[in-house]
Design a protein around this ligand. Structure first.
Ligand code: ADP
Length: 524
């Protein structure tokens, strides 16, 4: 559709041509002006630039090529499209027309439809190119704004990081300074408590001083750790450690802590484990102690379970190739991917809080209702694990319990073959040492483990509890079956695995698997 404002200029020294062309284009709705010579055309264009020019080539005094060249050199008129008009039909003439800046060429005598089509076509192209220019300018402007914003952001981030580092350094120094007098306070509180001359009120008061002091010391230590991590001053000191002894000590410690709260503490060694691993023992212990302490702290009844397993092994190369039998014996060091899982049957955490609890000072409960704790343990653990190239994952169900787990890639100095031999003998010793304890299950599951299934009648209560999703009774039944006969260990282990993941439907399916149609007896 022709825009009524679109103006055209026709330049021709032949009056008849001017008239006929003007008539054709006015009929199409264009505003048409005429110029009888090149000189007149230049003046008209400068005073009122048209949207398009139809320009005759052969004119006296100043021909069309010259007019076109002059207009193209002028920045105010260079973008006006020019269509040449000529009786000349030589290729050289047309090429020259394009060379001086023309956009099209119409040969005389004119055919009205052709003239109209060519004019419309050039005007459309002109509009499109104008739109492109505008869009280009907008884009350039946006890019500039974005670049400026990015620079500003970068500067802001740098400033914030510098401020954060300064804060961390300050906190680290302060924490150091605070620790010394606090140790003095704690020491004297302990000493004075031993003084038999103290009245019972003074004794109680000293107890409170000691308790508050201890809490403050934990807080200061946590802040010191966090500040060191944030100031990038926390370094790992890995070394080869006796993995069995490490786990054994941890199990002993938490068995005792669980007993104090009348909880069952369960330790599962789900696969063979390397006897030695290369790790920062202090920091790994710190993470596990934090997760296990939380599990005990937030569980009032039931159990806390620690599971450790090797998920995959590879040679030292970064490719993490799985060990295959044909490669055995060659490697001096292997990479083991070890999973640590800590599960409890405690209060659980609502999904909306899963991310928050890894932030500093975040506690699900109001601080006043929360058992002792600083709200820094998970933050520190997550950051330590990040330094070790790992992270903590969490699954939890309010009122049923929580499961925290992380995977670690660690070196073990032995070839796969040696590793398995030693592991078998050592794991037996460990199981013997700890396996007699009635409140604890130590087990190594392997695919070949023979499963001895308790008689159907013994499974009645377990089946019912699983059907009702009764977490406490399921746990009790598992414990009962375990104590009933040690041969049921493999079966009990399977059930406990499912129970810890709250997969009660799968417990029913497991029993279905062993008893098939007879299960209907249980359903009666
Ligand atoms: P703290 O235990 O000192 O409060 P953490 O950073 O270790 O600090 O834990 C943060 C919060 O996450 C806890 O206060 C608690 O609300 C929640 N939490 C952590 N572990 C558990 C768990 N096993 N069961 C329920 N809640 C937990």
């Amino acid at each position: 559709m022709v825009n009524k404002q679109t103006s055209l200029l026709i330049v021709d020294d032949n009056i008849d041509n001017l008239r006929s062309l003007a008539a054709i284009l006015r009929l199409e709705g264009y505003k048409v002006r005429k110029a009888i010579s090149g000189q007149v055309a230049l003046e008209t264009v400068r005073s009122h630039p048209p949207d398009l020019i139809l320009l005759d080539i052969k004119m006296p005094q100043m021909d069309g090529y010259t007019v076109c060249s002059i207009l193209k050199e002028d920045t105010t008129t260079c973008s006006i499209p020019i269509i040449f008009l000529s009786a000349l039909n030589e290729t050289a003439d047309k090429l020259k027309a394009f060379a001086v800046g023309g956009v099209d060429y119409i040969t005389k005598p004119f055919q009205a439809p052709e003239v109209v089509a060519r004019v419309e076509n050039q005007l459309r192209l002109q509009r499109l190119s104008q739109q492109l220019v505008v869009q280009n300018a907008q884009l350039l402007e946006e890019i500039q704004i974005r670049q400026q914003t990015e620079v500003a952001l970068h500067q802001a981030v740098e400033q914030a990081e510098a401020a954060n580092r300064a804060k961390s350094v300050f906190l680290a120094n302060m924490s150091h300074e605070l620790r010394s007098p606090l140790t003095g306070i704690l020491g004297y509180a302990q000493l004075l408590k031993k003084d038999t001359d103290c009245t019972s009120l003074q004794h109680k008061g000293l107890g409170v001083i000691y308790q508050c002091g201890s809490h403050l010391l934990t807080l200061i230590n946590d802040i010191l750790d966090l500040s060191k991590i944030e100031a990038q001053k926390l370094k790992l000191f890995p070394d080869y450690i006796d993995f069995y002894l490490f786990l054994n000590n941890l199990v002993e410690l938490f068995k005792f802590k669980a007993q104090e709260k009348k909880l069952q503490f369960v330790y599962f060694k789900l696969t063979s484990l390397p006897p030695e691993i290369y790790i920062d023992e202090k920091r790994l212990r710190q993470v596990l102690i934090n997760l296990l302490s939380n599990a005990i702290k937030f569980t009032c009844q039931g159990s806390v379970t620690l599971k450790v397993s090797v998920r995959s092994c590879s040679y030292e190369s970064n490719e993490h190739k799985l060990i295959s039998s044909k490669l055995t014996g060659k490697a001096k060091k292997i990479f083991a991917n070890i999973r640590f899982e800590i599960e409890d049957t405690g209060i659980g955490i609502i999904p909306e809080k899963w991310e928050n609890i890894f932030l500093p000072f975040e506690q699900v409960m109001e601080r006043s209702h929360s058992p002792e704790g600083t709200g820094l343990g998970l933050t520190i653990s997550q950051k330590i694990l990040a330094l070790m190239g790992s992270e903590i994952f969490l699954e939890s169900c309010p009122n049923l319990g929580s499961k925290f787990w992380f995977d670690l890639d660690v070196y073990t100095p032995l070839s796969w073959a040696d590793f398995n031999e030693i592991d078998d003998s050592q794991s037996q010793t460990l199981s013997q040492e700890l396996g007699d304890e009635s409140d604890q299950i130590i087990n190594t599951l392997s695919p070949e483990t023979e499963v001895v299934v308790p008689p159907l009648a013994e499974l009645l209560l377990l089946y019912e509890s699983a059907q009702m999703g009764d977490v406490q009774n399921v746990q009790q039944q598992i414990l009962r079956l375990q104590q009933l006969n040690s041969d049921y260990l493999a079966f009990v282990t399977q059930v406990l695995e499912l129970a810890n993941d709250f997969d009660y439907q799968d417990i029913l399916k497991l029993i279905d698997k062993y008893y098939g149609d007879n299960v209907s007896l249980l359903r009666l």
